[in-house]
Write a protein that binds this ligand. Structure first.
Ligand code: C2O
Ligand code: CU
Ligand code: CU
Length: 489
């Protein structure tokens, strides 16, 4: 029996120390307010479970095996999962811009799979699109230089018609890119800790101790009668009744009264989340899908769809020991994770001023329109692995108009390049602060039309035309065929 290792990197909050009666009562109430727990026969949790930290692998030389495993979701709740290297979520990969990622993927599943590096700018051979799927026992080798800016990317399976199931059952992880621009800001960067000297310059002064950067992979889940993850999508996609953060049910993180950097990924199959802090305080938004924004801003509530990422600072300075703050999904009325202040140690600050400089795409040479329709169509057609729907030249700025006629939300994702969101008309009628800078996934709600500018840059190592996909990242829409092949050349 292979049990995902929960001990490594786990931050165990010192329960009972500084836990005021009020927050204890709150924790109990939070337990009582989660009917999913009693449904699955686990009984009620009086205390929340320490947030799981997947192990971090530095330097990009990785062997990844997808296979069935078992994971402790917290409080001794063991679930059968599908896992990369036996951990759920998958190991966090940490690399630097300019470095090579060398991954050998082994398929230990009973069905085909392929791993896609969502957000990474790579050629077709390394993109892990659906036509690259490998059979059970097959392998695929990836080798590519990191051309991305610093940012949080998302790796997950991408086999046609099986993506939703494989992601839902546990195959998903974070790939974090570092670069010199980010280093200069002195942001919390715990993922440096323990890194081999070759992959990380150790000369840089570490302004924060290692624990102040925390990846948070958010998603929902359903369970069968034995407490195992269950993939049971409904007609409108998979919606779970229980939130997981880094694979942890009712997660809690013991925090100092310091500045924390949370690297947030909506790793749900279909669920759009409306994120806020329970005490009404603001997040400091500093980055999104494609890395740092030009300037930080104060944001109280985020709406993010599957595949979207946020880089946010939360300032716990001045909070009394014993204070409990929940990260909530206001749409589902869920407490996703508790931040429990257990130490008055205060460090860190919020960078003011410019974070980054971002080239502004302009003067598109042509316009294309993509209509996301029903549950399975882009521009009136369902995905066909062997049909190339359009051709795009390298190096030209294009305007892509993404639109829907009902059946949204559609979180639209494009492989092969990042884009910039220029406008949203209909629906919410605005571009939000977390949609500035570089994006690779943008959320369409009903009646919305979003205009983006995009340019595919030919990297030095690319040879010949490169094939990519544009698709809806509601994974049940994608699996049903809301995806289109294109070739850049
Ligand atoms: Cu995250 Cu083509 O997907
Ligand atoms: Cu992608
Ligand atoms: Cu969709």
């Amino acid at each position: 029996m292979k049990d995902a290792d929960r001990a490594e990197g786990e931050q165990v909050p010192e329960r009972g120390i500084g836990l005021s009666r009020r927050s204890l009562l709150k924790a109990m109430l939070a337990g009582a307010a989660a009917p999913a727990l009693s449904k699955t026969g686990w009984g009620r949790a009086a205390a929340r479970n320490p947030l799981y930290f997947p192990p971090t692998i530095y330097g990009g030389n990785v062997s990844l095996t997808c296979a069935p495993a078992q994971a402790n979701l917290g409080g001794g709740r063991i679930s059968n999962v599908l896992a990369y290297n036996g951990t759920f979520p998958a190991p966090t990969l940490a690399v630097r811009k300019g470095q090579f990622v060398n991954v050998v993927l082994h398929n230990g599943l009973a069905q085909e799979t392929i791993t896609h590096w969502h957000g990474m700018i790579v050629d077709e051979q390394n993109d892990g699109g659906p036509h690259m799927a490998i059979p059970p026992n097959g392998s695929h080798s990836y080798s590519y230089p990191v051309v991305n800016r610093a940012g949080l990317n998302f790796y997950h399976p991408h086999p046609h018609r099986l993506t939703g199931e494989q992601v839902c059952l546990g195959l998903a992880g974070a790939l974090i890119v570092r670069d010199a621009e980010e280093d200069a800001l002195g942001l919390p960067g715990s993922l440096y800790s323990g890194a081999p000297p070759l992959s990380v310059p150790r000369t840089r002064a570490m302004p924060f101790s290692s624990k102040y950067e925390v990846p948070l992979i958010l998603r929902d889940a359903n369970f069968d009668g034995s407490g195992n993850l269950r993939y049971n999508p409904g007609g409108n996609g998979f919606f779970g009744d229980t939130p997981l953060v880094n694979g942890t049910i009712e997660a809690t993180l013991s925090v100092d009264a310091s500045v924390y950097r949370f690297r947030v990924l909506n790793g749900s199959n279909a669920r759009v989340m409306r994120l806020a802090l329970s005490n009404g305080s603001m997040f400091r938004l500093i980055g999104n899908d494609g890395g740092l924004l030009e300037f930080g801003s104060q944001v109280g509530t985020f709406v993010i769809g599957p595949g979207e990422r946020l880089d946010v600072l939360v300032d716990f300075r001045g909070y009394a020991v014993g204070t409990s703050v929940m990260l909530r999904d206001l749409d589902a009325n869920w407490d996703l994770i508790e931040f429990l202040v257990t130490s008055s140690h205060a460090e860190g600050n919020i960078p003011s001023g410019r974070l980054s400089t971002i080239e502004r795409l302009a003067n598109p040479v042509r316009t294309r329109t993509f209509e996301f329709e029903g549950m399975n169509k882009v521009n009136g057609r369902s995905f066909d692995m062997n049909r190339i729907d359009f051709q795009v030249p390298f190096g030209e700025v294009e305007r892509w108009i993404l639109t829907t006629r009902g059946t949204a939300p559609h979180p639209v994702h494009i492989h092969g390049a990042s884009f910039q969101v220029r406008s949203r008309t209909g629906g919410r009628g605005q571009v939000f602060p977390w949609e500035a800078g570089w994006k690779d996934t943008v959320l369409l709600l009903d009646a919305e039309t979003v205009e983006v500018l995009i340019r595919f840059d030919r990297q030095a190592y690319y040879s010949g035309p490169q094939r990519y996909v544009i698709h809806c990242h509601k994974l049940e829409h994608e699996d049903a065929g809301m995806m289109s092949n294109f070739v850049v050349n």
